[in-house]
Design a protein around this ligand. Sequence first.
Ligand code: HEM
Length: 237
Amino acid sequence: MLQENIRYVLVWSGWLRLSHWLLAAGVLFQIVSAWALAHDEVNYTFWLDWHLIAGQVILLTLVLRVVLLFIPVSRKWPGSSNWRAFIPERSQLQAMLQMLKFYLSLARFPLPNWYAHNPFWLPIYPVMFFVLAACAISGLLYNSSHIFLQYPMYELHGALASLIIIFSIFHIVTAFLHDLKGKGAFISAMVNGYRYFHYTGLNDGEESHSLHKQSVSISVDSIKKPVVDKQVKVDES
Ligand code: HEM
């Protein structure tokens, strides 16, 4: 009898989710307010004030995210916010390649499984934290005469903002694509903290070991979406 097991596992702590949604809302607001500032017919002072306030909220959120990098792993803190989570393991390098195949095949290749951060995006997230911080700081120095690598602050701010917009578009589209094609409930995991893990043929010891190592081994069969309710164990026959 082949049995598929489903585990419901906490992968994102409450503080990480808070930092994510503050960053997401802040960035989306900055895009709208920057667009408004470029149009003559809007109230310039109103939008500039809110653009500056949102920029400072983003900076404070990044400080929170940096603090989370140093919180040790525990029951309440599943480790996904810790700096160690950004060092790819060997199994994640393989999953990165599988992700690339998934994107290049326009989502026809099966989506690999992962624990918290998607393996392909894993190295991009810390770069994004730097870019967001640099963009916010260059925004605060927008009208100053400071120069960085020959770029005046207003040029640097614009260039970094463009990078953030490109990241946001790909990030949001792929987050929805993963949710559509996978069965881990990736977006709701960023809301409630929990993800589903499907696995077959592992005994309890091996399974919890692999969950702790941040990668879960699953059979290719379990990657195919079965018709199941939210039950813990599914008998296939
Ligand atoms: C509606 C919009 C958004 C949705 C649905 C969304 C969804 C998600 C999901 C599902 C993850 C986990 C992805 C994974 O498996 O790797 C994630 C992570 C992340 N997202 Fe978003 N996201 C949104 C907007 C944004 C925006 C605008 C930004 C910033 C520019 C952002 C920055 C990040 C970062 C940095 C992470 C990594 C989490 C961490 O370690 O702090 N997201 N997002």
